[in-house]
Design a protein around this ligand. Structure first.
Ligand SMILES: C[S@@+](CC[C@H](N)C(=O)[O-])C[C@H]1O[C@@H](n2cnc3c(N)ncnc32)[C@H](O)[C@@H]1O
Length: 324
């Protein structure tokens, strides 16, 4: 069964809405859920290529994209953009006028996501703005504005974004001089998680089995569907600027169903793919850096998720003392 199809037969209505997630539902319908999920192709897949070029995947075959591209005008990614766009090394450190051109190249990937998402599918993009002195002047490079404009132009509908604030041990890191106005700068201490939908809401039959089995609890809803997330950043080891798994974990639970396909077109160290697989989704990643991609391919699970364990984890995740 293609994963975009309604998931199994509907289940009878369950009376008043429950707030504790799918625990009781999974206990009652476990065998049906397992049988429905086992018909889906949940083998993870990694494509080693530029995600701005056509990917070997059918139109409408993805339900959710969760990703984080390299951030323009963040120094660590200068070389990548300079090489991709054929500019001499050092261009971005000198020239603050290249932001639009870089975003035009990233937009090729957002366009491919638009083709691959099914109607009602969701696109979540984690992107930070950049502050930097370029050409002798300190300035802000508002990356999120360019991504919002590009995605709206592609026809995506913007939904309320999340501000991801990383708790820091440096309470008042402050740029500027002393305590006198007006020339100090506000600290850039949030990244954006932009949320878009392809067209109107995704349509599913009433009481769809996998939808019911994918519910979040009231505690999760209260914590996740709020505009500011305080999530500690991940330890950085391999130069990919990995996000902590808590970020894709929330997004995958919020915006996809068990058995859905989740794509990360800038896979990096594979955080989204690992999380999606563990949560019983099909994980597809794209990575253009061959060495990083090979490393990731070796580390990715080479089999579908163990479905019984996926459901057990989901049940355990709701247990007492485990608010996610
Ligand atoms: C910010 S990192 C992603 C980090 C990831 N979220 C994680 O948790 O590890 C961006 C990744 O995208 C890759 N990349 C850059 N341009 C790409 C492109 N056009 N197509 C595919 N991958 C690309 C980079 O090599 C890098 O690994």
């Amino acid at each position: 069964m293609p994963s975009s199809a309604p998931s199994g037969r509907g289940v009878p209505p369950r009376g008043p809405h429950r707030t504790e997630g799918p625990v009781d539902f999974l206990r009652e319908h476990r065998e049906e859920v397992l049988a429905t999920l086992s018909q889906k192709d949940l083998l993870p897949r990694l494509l080693l290529q530029d995600s701005g070029r056509r990917l070997p995947l059918p139109d409408g075959s993805v339900q959710l994209v969760v990703t984080s591209p390299p951030y323009p005008y963040i120094e660590r990614w200068d070389g990548l953009f300079e090489r991709a766009l054929g500019w001499p090394g050092g261009t971005l450190a000198r020239d603050p006028t290249r932001l639009e051109a870089i975003h035009r190249s990233l937009t090729r990937t957002w366009k491919e996501c638009e083709r691959l998402l099914q109607p009602g599918g969701m696109l979540c993009i984690n992107i930070g703005d950049a502050t930097r002195t370029v050409g002798g002047e300190f300035r802000l490079f508002p990356n999120h504005v360019h991504v919002v404009e590009a995605c709206e132009r592609l026809g995506f509908r913007s939904l309320v974004p999340i501000l991801w604030k990383k708790p820091t041990n440096k309470p008042n890191s402050f740029l500027g001089s002393g305590f006198a106005p007006p020339n100090a700068y506000v600290t850039l201490d949030c990244e954006n998680i932009l949320i878009f939908r392809k067209g109107p809401r995704r349509r599913l039959p009433p009481h769809d089995l996998l939808r019911e089995a994918s519910q979040f609890s009231k505690a999760e809803r209260d914590r996740w569907f709020t505009q500011v997330w305080e999530v500690r950043g991940a330890p950085q080891r391999d130069g990919t600027a990995a996000f902590p798994e808590e970020v894709p974990r929330r997004l995958v639970r919020m915006f996809s169903l068990l058995g859905d396909t989740v794509l990360d077109p800038f896979a990096g160290s594979g955080s989204t793919l690992r999380v999606a697989h563990r949560l019983g989704r099909r994980a597809i990643g794209v990575e253009s850096d061959r060495a990083r991609g090979e490393q990731l391919r070796a580390a990715l699970p080479d089999r579908p998720p163990e479905l019984s364990k996926v459901l057990d984890d989901l049940i355990r995740g709701y247990g007492p003392g485990r608010p996610a």
